[in-house]
Design a protein around this ligand. Structure first.
Ligand code: IMP
Length: 180
């Protein structure tokens, strides 16, 4: 098993590239079936979701779609009234579009809760969410429950495949879990 030491923490490989590819394909199959006759607009949440998005979008079959990017930062100190800062704002019109937000991981759900409201406020016909990882035990916002999930997990901190630790290790080809 591969291991990584990063900033004094020890991480062990949890999902190999092969396992990730299987999870991604299963999500792609579900989206392909649901959106065959639609023309969805995928909104990729930067920075973390870029790796998952690149694999997911190329695994879709017969889905005519557009892709755009958004970069946000949320302030947890403000809890449910927390403000989402748009570092890279939405650059595409979502009015009357079927939007699918692509995230790397859903933790409390605050980011998705606010992004969904943002898309709806801008007239999206529908808003669904695809995420590589989901921590259901930590979810605090019901409407942030994702429709498409690569893999559910418990509450550990994970890195790699787009997920960072203070900006580093996003480029790892596998997903690693921190070990005590
Ligand atoms: P939420 O708004 O609480 O759902 O948090 C989502 C964001 O928190 C993700 O897009 C990640 O940037 C970050 N995050 C949550 N859990 C992890 C983790 O285990 N590793 C790396 N980043 C994480």
């Amino acid at each position: 098993m591969r291991t990584i030491d990063e900033q004094g923490y020890h991480f062990e490989e949890w999902l190999t590239p092969t396992q990730i590819a299987k999870d991604v394909q299963q999500v792609a199959n579900q989206i392909s079936a649901d959106y065959k006759d639609k023309e969805p607009l995928f909104v990729v949440v930067l920075n973390g979701a870029f790796v998952f998005a690149a694999d997911l979008l190329r695994a879709l079959e017969d889905v005519r779609c557009e892709v755009t990017f958004i970069r946000v930062s949320s302030y947890y100190g403000m809890a449910s009234t927390g403000q989402l800062e748009f570092i890279v704002p939405l650059q595409q019109v979502v009015d009357q579009r079927d939007v699918i937000i692509i995230e790397d991981i859903i933790d409390t759900g605050l980011t998705i809760h606010q992004l969904k409201a943002h898309m709806r406020a801008h007239g999206a016909t529908s808003v669904r969410v695809a995420t590589m990882l989901f921590k259901p035990n930590k979810l605090e916002y019901d409407d942030a429950k994702p429709e498409y999930v690569g893999r559910e997990m418990t509450d550990e901190f994970v890195i790699g495949y787009g997920l960072d630790f203070d900006g580093f290790v996003r480029n790892l080809d596998a997903i690693y879990k921190v070990k005590e």
